[in-house]
Design a protein around this ligand. Structure first.
Ligand SMILES: C[S@@+](CC[C@H](N)C(=O)[O-])C[C@H]1O[C@@H](n2cnc3c(N)ncnc32)[C@H](O)[C@@H]1O
Length: 379
């Protein structure tokens, strides 16, 4: 591949020839700057692929476990990999400042890098989205057709590893915060869970939240609902391993939510914006929930409209891109899908939609999370 800097070479020239398209008067500095900005996106994409490999091949785990910085030979020996490939990978990672390198070309992780790259039980662990990068990027092949027809693809289009990536994305923070921080922020819910109530987690994915809660509150009964067979398979495997007797996972197309106001607590974690018919789902939550019940809505911290999202969210371009490849694609996977997408459910929108589904009380919770907003919604 040509070096990106070659495209920026006009910066050193004082005159710029007219382009075939007829554009004249290009500012050479701006041209170089734009080219740099563009190729920095490609650098991020390619380095993200290398991060995927670092996680998948256990390279970060080996670096974290080492008592001193490792040469590429030592890192290769530790992971059972080929030294030449490990060395080139390590050069990418060190050049990108993901891993550290010393003058003797020995590689290591800073404590912060170790937390994010190689500590699955740390709340800041960040490998989930990198885990599913190949599946997310594979979706590019289906995109031209989706752009023409309007029809997207549900979560199962990303296969089993897509579901594992979602699980690894959300569980680290949830494991550290759901029980001690999030549930106590809800009015009276911990007391009711302790006494024994009926709980539905809609869009439950691989079931992490259900299994955490069912273990902590043995007197309550939990049902996770999801339409992804890969996520339900993961949930079933983890349920069997846990031995929990107060939890179940079902596909709502075979076992719909009850519509007799019998569910005391409903949770929806990062999934309403992915659904093809979120308004209809909210109406079904309203029919399921008990008169004194609580709905915990967790969804992406979105603002009202593109301008605010772009100005206030430094990750806006990442989120709009993930939306095309994953969230909005899922939300458009029926012909008449609402297509909310990753940044499509702002607080204003959640208030409006829940009110028109028949909920009358709405409170934003004081829970600190980089990506998500938390709401208590009641009949
Ligand atoms: C981003 S994942 C979140 C999964 C899980 N709540 C978590 O936090 O890990 C969104 C999930 O919503 C599920 N989903 C989408 N539409 C659904 C629907 N109509 N009913 C139930 N689940 C749905 C998807 O299959 C996917 O597992």
């Amino acid at each position: 591949m040509a070096e990106p800097t070659a495209t920026a070479s006009p910066a050193t020239s004082t005159t710029v020839a007219p382009t075939p398209g007829g554009a004249t008067g290009l500012d050479p500095d701006q041209l170089a700057l734009f080219s740099f900005q563009l190729f920095s996106k490609l650098e991020g994409a390619v380095t993200s692929g290398m991060i995927h490999l670092g996680d998948r091949l256990g390279l970060y785990t080996a670096l974290r476990g080492a008592s001193e910085p490792l040469s590429s030979s030592a890192l290769a020996a530790e992971t059972g990999l080929h030294e030449r490939w490990v060395r080139e990978w390590a050069y990418n990672q060190a050049a990108a400042r993901i891993i550290s390198v010393d003058d003797a070309e020995r590689f290591s992780l800073s404590p912060e890098a170790a937390a994010v790259l190689a500590t699955p039980d740390h709340p800041a662990f960040g490998m989930g989205m990198f885990h599913r990068l190949p599946q997310t990027m594979e979706a590019l092949n289906a995109m031209p057709e989706s752009f023409r027809t309007g029809l997207g693809h549900d979560y199962d289009s990303h296969g089993c590893e897509g579901a594992v990536g979602i699980e690894r994305s959300f569980e680290p923070w949830n494991n550290a915060n759901l029980l001690p921080v999030v549930l106590p922020a809800l009015d009276g819910v911990v007391e009711r869970l302790t006494a024994g109530i009926s709980v539905a987690d809609v869009g439950c994915g691989a079931g992490g939240a259900v299994l955490l809660m069912s273990d902590a509150f043995p007197a309550s009964r939990f049902t996770g609902y999801d339409i992804s067979r890969y996520a339900l398979d993961r949930a079933a495997t983890k349920l069997a391993a846990s031995g929990a007797r107060n939890a179940a996972f079902v596909d709502p197309r075979e076992h719909p939510l009850p519509d007799d106001h019998s569910v005391d607590l409903i949770t929806t974690f990062d999934c309403i914006h992915d659904m093809t018919h979120p308004q209809r789902i909210m109406e079904s939550l309203r029919a399921a929930i008990a008169p004194d019940g609580t709905w915990l809505l967790v969804d992406i911290k979105a603002h009202d409209g593109f301008a605010d999202n772009a100005r206030k969210n430094p990750m806006a371009s990442l989120m709009y891109g993930i939306s095309v490849l994953s969230c909005m694609s899922s939300a458009m996977s029926d012909a008449d899908g609402a297509g909310l997408g990753t940044l499509g459910l702002s607080e204003t929108k959640a208030r409006e939609m829940s009110a028109s589904a028949g909920f009358s009380r709405f409170r934003r919770l004081d829970v600190d999370n980089a990506v998500n907003a938390f709401y208590e919604i009641r009949p």
